[in-house]
Design a protein around this ligand. Structure first.
Ligand code: F6P
Length: 362
């Protein structure tokens, strides 16, 4: 009887529970295997009391639930783990300990559900002899080698819904409303929700923007008789020549940091150049929460089933992915080589511009 482990690492994402349920069901019902759930990502591999056997009862009713029943963590990279030593925190490679504890738990293969960071850790553990398969997860949709990641669709729905709501208040008050969405390196959420939610300006990290052009675009709208405008900015968007202004990475010298982020920065600049009432809001972690959409439930479930199939065929080091409408697999190594970014000359940006949306540069 085989015993497989499953963990969810990195930021949470709608659809994680669908993956867990898919793995548990196809492993237990179809194959009679055992499934060990590991709590809080790779962190949970360090102690056996943070693992538990998952039965069919544990996954009953979890399909519509957001988050992950296993918990997750951004910490716990076993290759640079914070270890306390004489009051100092030293980043230490404790991967041998992790490999050892996986063996002691009798886990003969592991399903790692994660984004770029977690899959890189999975790859390193794989190189140390742990049989691992991957499942791509991120609301940012910035993982290569899969058409889409689960969680992205739900995040888009949330962002589009928020834009619909912003429209009515922007219109009533004749304001410019700026909505900051997630996307540290990739502008997928901003671009697609911006198109779907009827934004007038979209700012993404892949196209550094010129604030004067943004002012001009809104000013032209006013001249055409529009009394309000909607701007969507990915958190990683930045002004041309100004360097990245991601909130947490910014320093004292970074003026945007003091203002709290790109949304506020744009609001301040627009207020001074347009003399229009301007407000900004950060959609934040709402994008990661909530019940997964139909699309994400189905994709997550299919990914879970696909991961068990990969283990069954002993295709370790591979990650399930979506190609067209089919679930396929690809080497994790290939998937984590670089991030999937928006092509500034691609179809999606073209469509936005044809719709009259200013995507930063004009
Ligand atoms: O999943 C990636 C992401 O959504 C980024 O877009 C965002 O910067 C980040 O998560 C925020 O995560 P946390 O607040 O958990 O560090």
């Amino acid at each position: 009887k085989r015993r497989i482990g499953i963990l969810t690492g990195g930021g949470d994402c709608p659809g994680l529970n669908a993956v867990i349920r898919g793995v548990v069901k196809s492993a237990i019902i179809r194959r009679g295997w055992e499934v060990v759930g590991i709590e809080d990502g790779f962190d949970g591999l360090l102690k056996t009391d943070r693992t538990r056997l998952l039965g069919l009862g544990d996954v009953r009713g979890i399909l519509p639930r957001g988050g992950t029943i296993l918990g997750t963590s951004n910490r716990g990279n076993p290759f640079c783990y914070p270890v306390e030593n004489n009051g100092k925190t030293i980043l230490t490679d404790i991967s041998d300990q992790v490999v050892d504890s996986i063996r002691k738990m009798g886990i003969d293969a592991l399903v790692a559900v994660g984004g770029d960071g977690s899959l890189k850790i999975a790859l390193e553990l794989m190189r140390k002899g742990v049989p691992i398969v991957g499942v791509p997860k991120t609301i940012d949709n910035d993982l290569m080698e899969t058409d889409v990641t689960f969680g992205y669709n739900t995040a888009l729905e949330t962002a589009t819904d928020a834009l619909d709501k912003l429209h009515s208040t922007a219109e009533s008050h004749h304001r410019v409303m700026i909505m900051e969405v997630m996307g540290r390196y990739a502008g997928w959420i901003a671009l697609e929700s911006g198109i779907s939610g009827g934004a007038d300006v979209i700012l993404i990290p892949e196209i550094p923007f010129d604030i004067q052009s943004v002012c001009r675009a809104i000013d032209e709208r006013c001249r055409r008789g529009n009394t309000f405008s909607i701007v969507v900015a990915a958190e990683g968007a930045y002004p041309r020549g100004g360097g990245r202004v991601v909130r947490r990475e910014a320093s004292e010298a970074n003026p945007v940091e003091r203002l709290g982020g790109i949304g506020e920065y744009v609001a301040r600049e627009l207020t001074s150049c347009l003399k229009m009432d301007t407000r900004s809001m950060v959609l934040g972690h709402l994008q990661r929460g909530g019940s997964p959409s139909t699309f994400d439930r189905c994709l997550g479930s299919r990914f879970g089933v696909g991961a068990v199939e990969l283990i069954d065929k002993e295709r370790y080091g591979e990650m399930v992915c979506l190609r067209g409408r089919d679930i396929r697999s690809v080497s994790i190594e290939k998937a984590v080589r670089r991030l999937k970014l928006v092509n500034p000359r691609g179809q999606m940006v073209y469509a936005a511009e044809e719709l009259g949306i200013a995507v930063g540069r004009r």
